[in-house]
Design a protein around this ligand. Structure first.
Ligand SMILES: Cc1ncc(C[n+]2csc(CCOP(=O)(O)OP(=O)(O)O)c2C)c(N)n1
Length: 516
């Protein structure tokens, strides 16, 4: 067995079942090993930014890592933006990057670069194998690192000769460290704080935003009146009917300040104190009210769900949580109603099947569906954690690989979708059950807002043309078809009802371009 085969076997032994890949010459032995080993699904992405985004979507939903396979420094560099998003989402991900053979480095061949230098800012763990006999052990360590709570990107650099030379054997899986238990001190402090009469918000992130953690948080709310909140762009949030509804921190600084102005103490569960996404002249960056106490109930690597449950018990919270969302599917808009994000959101919320996964990069078109799905069928909502656009299509693709029995719905701005549109091809090739809704406003609409907010005065035609996508017009129905995805363009409420409802009944990839 060569090093590559020992690595693939080790990954499979360690529970890694999918490799999202875009290989080159230096990865050919890894590619060849995929046929020698059972249990590894290999999925091709036609751009590395799509590959890394797919691995992020998979990791968020499977709660275990997929592997990537990327081609040297440039392949990794193409994938960095979505690795940045994965880092922000604390997604478990094993990022495998091929390299030149160890002895080839001295010649500074054209594709040689500082791979570790590219990898470091997005990785919690980086290692370059030095021998075919250590590759398997390195692979097992990479999986262990990726799975360490709360989850991280582990980059393993694989020089070509360590892949092709003789190895000893595959490695067994290493133990996966469970999230650390929170100290009783932290639980006691939070429980005491909740009884001190101050107005409290509990800001929750990570695995505690799934049903169990939300129920515990809702029980605390029922007893104490605390507000339960999450970040604007939570990596994964379970919401909809039957789930404890949570307040999402708004996007803009002054909205955050307004939303938090009455908060006298902030209890953090795997979260950080909220700050504004960008700095703006004359506006605050730090958004927790002056003088408010900040308490850390659980840090990111700790078990936030168990911490919330312990606090609920400590304060004698009732079994029934507060703020459980009722099932109220939105009514369909009337024929002839205005065709906008709000009526589109109602239609999405009306037809959304139970247990769907929503990959949301709808940007300025996302508010309508966020409102309408609050009481729709229960679902998982994935958002753009790192703010690096071009995440939504690959994220949906990876989520659909992780959850083949669930419908994935991707809501996407047309600008962001252009960054990683290759993911559509992978959806078609793998017959993934994803329905993509492209909000075709022909604009970088959010940047028109930002232009005003940062105080850039009197934008001229050059500035405005940097934010405008009309010339030439994108045709998403044609782009989707060109990628092998059944695609259609709709301009009315009636046509969107037809297209979306039929997509929800059918399995397989669909794209609906909504003309705003
Ligand atoms: C990688 C990256 N490049 C550029 C940006 C800056 N940016 C933020 S939003 C945006 C445009 C988004 O357009 P679209 O997806 O059509 O949504 P809309 O704002 O029109 O609702 C851009 C270019 C970014 N956030 N990330």
């Amino acid at each position: 067995m060569n090093g590559a085969e020992s690595l693939v076997r080790t990954l499979v032994n360690s529970g890694v079942e999918v490799c999202f890949s875009n290989p080159g010459t230096s990865e050919m032995h890894f590619v060849a090993a995929l046929d020698k080993v059972d249990g590894m699904r290999a999925i091709l992405g036609l751009f590395e930014g799509a590959v890394t985004g797919m691995a992020d979507g998979y990791g968020r939903m499977a709660e275990k890592p997929a592997a990537t396979l990327l081609h040297l420094g440039p392949g990794l560099a193409n994938g960095l933006a979505n690795l940045h998003n994965a880092r922000r989402a604390q997604t478990p991900l094993v990022n495998i990057v091929g390299d030149h053979a160890t002895y080839h480095a001295q010649y500074d061949a054209p594709l040689a670069s500082d791979i570790a230098g590219f990898a470091r800012p997005v990785s919690g763990w980086v290692h370059s194998s030095t021998s075919p006999k250590t590759v398997a052990a390195d692979g097992a360590r990479a999986v262990q690192a990726a799975r360490s709570a709360p989850g991280q990107v582990a980059t393993l650099i694989l020089p070509a000769d360590t892949a092709w030379l003789e190895a000893e054997h595959a490695a067994d899986a290493l133990p996966v460290p469970a999230p650390a238990a929170v100290s009783t001190n932290a639980v006691d402090r939070a429980a005491k704080a909740l009884a001190n009469g101050k107005k409290t918000a509990i800001l929750v992130r990570g695995a505690a935003l799934k049903e169990k953690g939300l129920v515990a948080a809702g029980r605390i709310a029922a007893k104490s009146g605390a507000r339960i909140m999450c970040d604007t762009f939570a990596p994964r949030l379970q919401r909809g009917a039957g789930r404890v509804a949570i307040e999402r921190i708004p996007y803009f600084a002054e909205q955050i300040v307004e939303a938090l102005k009455d908060v006298e103490q902030l209890i953090l569960v795997g979260a950080k104190p909220p700050v504004s996404f960008f700095a703006y002249p004359g506006k605050p960056s730090w958004c927790t009210p002056e003088g408010a106490d900040i308490l850390y109930l659980a840090h990111g690597h700790e078990d936030g769900t168990a911490a919330l449950e312990a606090v609920a018990e400590a304060i004698g919270a009732p079994k029934e949580p507060a703020n459980v969302a009722p099932l109220q599917k939105p009514d369909l808009p009337k024929a002839g109603a205005s065709f906008d994000q709000f009526t589109i959101g109602q239609i999405v919320g009306h037809f959304l099947p139970e247990n769907a996964v929503i990959s949301d990069e709808a940007a300025t078109s996302g508010i309508g569906s966020m409102i309408a799905t609050a009481t729709a069928a229960p679902h998982d909502h994935l958002s753009l954690t790192g703010g690096s656009i071009g995440q939504g299509l690959p994220l949906a693709t990876g989520a659909a690989v992780a959850c083949p029995d669930r419908k994935t719905v991707c809501l996407h701005g047309d600008g962001g979708a252009m960054y990683t549109l290759q993911a559509l091809w992978t959806q078609a090739r793998e017959k993934l059950d994803v329905t993509t809704v492209i909000f075709a406003n022909r604009s970088y609409a959010i940047l028109n807002v930002e232009l005003m907010r940062v105080g850039a005065e009197n934008p001229g035609p050059k500035a405005l043309s940097m934010l405008d996508l009309h010339n030439p017009e994108l045709n998403w129905a044609s782009i989707g078809k060109g990628m092998g995805v059944e695609s259609t363009r709709v301009e009315t409420v009636e046509d969107f009802i037809d297209a979306f409802s039929s997509a929800m009944k059918q399995k397989g990839p669909r794209l609906i371009e909504v003309m705003l």
